[in-house]
Design a protein around this ligand. Sequence first.
Ligand code: IMP
Ligand code: MG
Length: 188
Amino acid sequence: MTYVHPDLARVLISAEAIKSRVAEIAQEIGRDYAGVERLYLVGILKGAFIFLSDLARELSQIEGAPPHIVDFMALSSYGRTTLSGEVRLVMDLRDPIVGQHVLLVEDIVDSGQTLNYLIHSLQGRGPASLRSCALVRKERPGLTTTVDYLGFTIPDVWVVGYGLDYADTHRTLPFIAELRREVYDRSG
Ligand code: IMP
Ligand code: MG
């Protein structure tokens, strides 16, 4: 039985659903990048660490998929716990990405501000190609950030688990759950 913490309203995406969707995304990526000498997977910390580790392990089992390198960047937003604020780079990639095929791996796209910032910043470093992958995206009419590989679209609620946090809590849940509104409204 799945225990559901009282802060959580409901499980939105089960561990099983995530697993099969991640495998599908890996298939798509493996197919699209077949023949490429190597793929640079850039995970955005902290949120993307679980998604990236599952995605990369799926990818390494796909016949014909390119070899890949994993690296990370860490961002922090100046904003409040549940609002998108200004983005700040707190940890950069270890190596230059000039001439590399780069795939940005994000946990979630909300306003798109973070992804736009990253694309802009990495594009300036001269990669051979640059695409983005996110496990979830919130349904927010009018926002047009492109995500090349997307797992799920969810309603505009605060979600936790599978890397996603609320004030650094609930991050390691194996599923994605909706946080009760009282929990995040309380702290504003
Ligand atoms: P954006 O810049 O508005 O697209 O926000 C993206 C970042 O905000 C993500 O990388 C997350 O760190 C965080 N974020 C946005 N929505 C959620 C959520 O529902 N749960 C957890 N983190 C979120
Ligand atoms: Mg966060």
